[in-house]
Design a protein around this ligand. Structure first.
Ligand code: ADP
Length: 220
């Protein structure tokens, strides 16, 4: 279903959200206080506006309250990001995603009503660090405080040619295998218990981060 989005702040983060939304066929209003930034998006976004989003009249005149989603992608100016999130919330926008610079900023954004807070730099740092310290962990994404999604390469022959039932990751490690990726790029989604794990497969598992680390150690 087509929804309408407003992206406030066209830095690297807001800009890439804007492009991707448009590419997936969504209507996007792009707003930035900087005219040069706005000009860059003139032929990309559905509508573009030069304006200071901290000015309530600007948000009102753009009819921000009628948008399904607002993305507050203001970078360095933490005060502006908080104030804009608060105003957008008060206007009744149902889905607000805001970008945080640090943990304190994230907590404030949640308090003033952001439905989702992201930390792109921190999250990318976590993903890469897991991959750097372990040759088996190909990717790692925190889904919540409790759960993470990890892609782990099955590199230990002990695990080769066994079914998921035999390997019993759920009982042994509290990890659920949601998909298996084969070296030929085939992906088996929601594999059955009798699915055989082969050399060079990688497993997409959901579980807590400590359990992912435990499995990673067993693989070495
Ligand atoms: P990133 O780290 O995503 O590249 P930046 O800090 O470079 O983030 O970009 C943030 C963007 O937000 C800038 O283009 C800036 O002009 C814009 N911006 C900052 N404050 C406001 C505001 N009050 N109203 C509208 N745009 C703003």
């Amino acid at each position: 279903m087509k929804q309408n989005y407003a992206v406030i702040g066209l830095g690297r983060f807001g800009g890439s959200i804007c492009r991707t939304l448009v590419e997936s066929g969504q209507e996007v209003l792009a707003i930035d206080a900087n005219e040069d930034r706005v000009n860059e998006y003139m032929n990309i976004a559905t509508h573009v506006v030069v304006g200071n989003a901290q000015d309530e009249m600007v948000l009102k005149s753009l009819g921000i309250r009628n948008f399904d989603h607002v993305i507050v992608a203001i970078g360095e100016d933490i005060q502006a990001s908080i104030l804009v999130t608060l105003m957008v919330k008060e206007m009744g926008v149902p889905n607000i995603l805001a970008k945080a610079q640090n943990e304190y900023h994230a907590r404030v954004l949640e308090k003033v009503g952001a439905d989702r807070v992201v930390h792109p730099e921190r999250d990318m740092g976590i993903r890469l660090a897991h991959n750097l310290v372990s040759k088996n962990i190909l990717d790692f994404i925190e889904l919540s405080d409790e759960f993470s999604l990890a892609e782990i390469r099955v590199s230990n022959p002990k695990f080769f040619n066994h079914t998921l039932l035999d390997l019993n990751f759920r009982q042994k490690y509290g990890l659920t295998v949601v998909a298996i990726r084969r070296p030929d790029a085939q992906v088996i989604v929601s594999p059955a218990a009798d699915q055989i794990v082969k050399e060079n497969d990688s497993l997409l598992v959901i579980g807590n981060a400590e359990d992912v680390d435990l499995l990673d150690k067993k693989l070495n």
